[in-house]
Design a protein around this ligand. Sequence first.
Ligand code: HEC
Ligand code: HEC
Length: 488
Amino acid sequence: MTEQTSQTPLQTEVKATFKRIWVVILGVVAVAIFFLWPILSNSPVDYANVEDHYKYGSIGSEQVNGVPYWIWKVLPDVFPDKLPGKGYDSLGFIHEPGKDLPVGFSKRRVFLDRVGLNCAVCHTGTLRETPQSEHQVIAAMPANVVNLQGYIKFVSEVALDSRFTASRMLPEIEKISGGLNPIQKLIYQYIAIPLTRDALIRQGNQLSFLNKQPNWGPGRVDTFNPYKAIQFHFPMDKLREDELIGTSDFPSVWNQKPREGLQLHWDGNNKSVDERNKSAALGAGVTPTTIDLKRLKRLADWLWELPPPVYPYKVNETLAATGERLFENNCASCHAFGHPKIGKVVPIQEIATDRHRLDSYTYETLSNQNTLYAGYPWRFSHFRKTNGYANAPLDGVWLRAPYLHNGSVPNLRDLLEKPENRPKKFYRGDDVFDQEKVGFVSNVAEESGKKYFEFDTTLPGNSNSGHVYGTELSSEAKNALVEYMKKL
Ligand code: HEC
Ligand code: HEC
């Protein structure tokens, strides 16, 4: 043994100490990675199947406006008294068997798992042949049963409630989550719950003008007023009363390709499918920095050529053939692809339907919209102020009831009646199909304890006036026309 190879006890001790320090450092790093990796990663839940992606996938709305997953999950348990029935389903959200979230809700991890909205919340609906049939979920049809205003009211009210505290909510979360890890627990207790409450209170205040509007009921949303309040910070209490209501029926969003270049949106204010998609994404809660363009493109590509669903019930072909001729003579010039007036705007004086939605979209809204996405290559440039409502293509129209931009006419047969003979009140939210009049059943107030929404056409924004085309035809001719429209 020589001097060079042997170590003094001190050297051995120093080396061992270093080793211990290293082990401790490595241990700390490993634990930190273990806990922090999921927190620091930003990862949406993805779906191989494109229809699932459409219904449950992310467009980026969770990142700023998302609600932390476990808070979202326990709200109905902590505040059952604030819902019309059991759980989120009582607001008409569509719950498919085996799925965690309802259609239209997506999940993404940004520090915590968060829940946001996607296109399907407003653009996916259900259909039943009879009250005994299963609900069939149909992507890209209007969300005929979803009560979005009910949801907005629910999250606003719970945020103001004294039960919205960590001490009340954490035990519920622990119960259904099977136990959070200690870091998650701290984050929920000191950050997620208080910040979510504040954000929901803020949003509730911004949207308090909704209390001045007639209720939307299922299947409708105010297109631009929430935008004005949340994105542009307009002083909503100072706006003209007639621009404060812009409640619109959800449209279908299939078959976008032949729509490119047409003036769409109910008032025809935009010709670009791509811009409409991006502006719609803003409505769902994305911001110019969080919009997930890759995932949005995936679903836009799918909608591009998605065919409208074929009418699944019986059609009287002889009657429909008569109806086809009537459609050609009375309706096709405005409503059929390839005709000169398709996708053009009919002035409000001529169409004479309710003008609130048109007036809610103001020059000021337009100029603010043009500043959104400023500095990005996809900045909006196609929005225009128009003077009426657009001639929309009627593909799949059988699934698009109630009709007109404000959803004020329950079925196609009633649309062919003179406005004074159309129903003054009817029910929305049922998905049983009315094969005779073509639309959803609208005269049933309640079914197995579930109350449908009474739509009152005398309230502001709800008028069923105008669009008198075809109303002078004979009753037989009207029946024939309706029979044909099942096939569009
Ligand atoms: C909050 C509900 C809501 C969400 C979420 C939503 N939309 Fe819409 N969408 C509407 C309403 C309402 C209209 C009609 C607006 C109007 O003209 O007043 C519309 C219109 C459209 C139109 C034009 C339809 C036509 O024929 O005029 C397209 C296309 C569209 N949405 C696609 C999307 C896509 C894609 C997404 C997701 C990125 C999306 N929407 C998210 C409610 C929504
Ligand atoms: C001069 C053009 C024009 C003619 C002709 C015309 N429409 Fe329309 N139609 C419109 C406009 C504009 C709207 C949108 C009005 C609104 O929503 O306020 C509309 C809306 C509709 C809707 C509602 C679509 C939806 O998704 O809610 C249906 C259904 C419809 N028309 C059927 C017909 C039928 C049937 C005929 C023929 C008997 C016809 N239209 C003739 C211009 C026309």
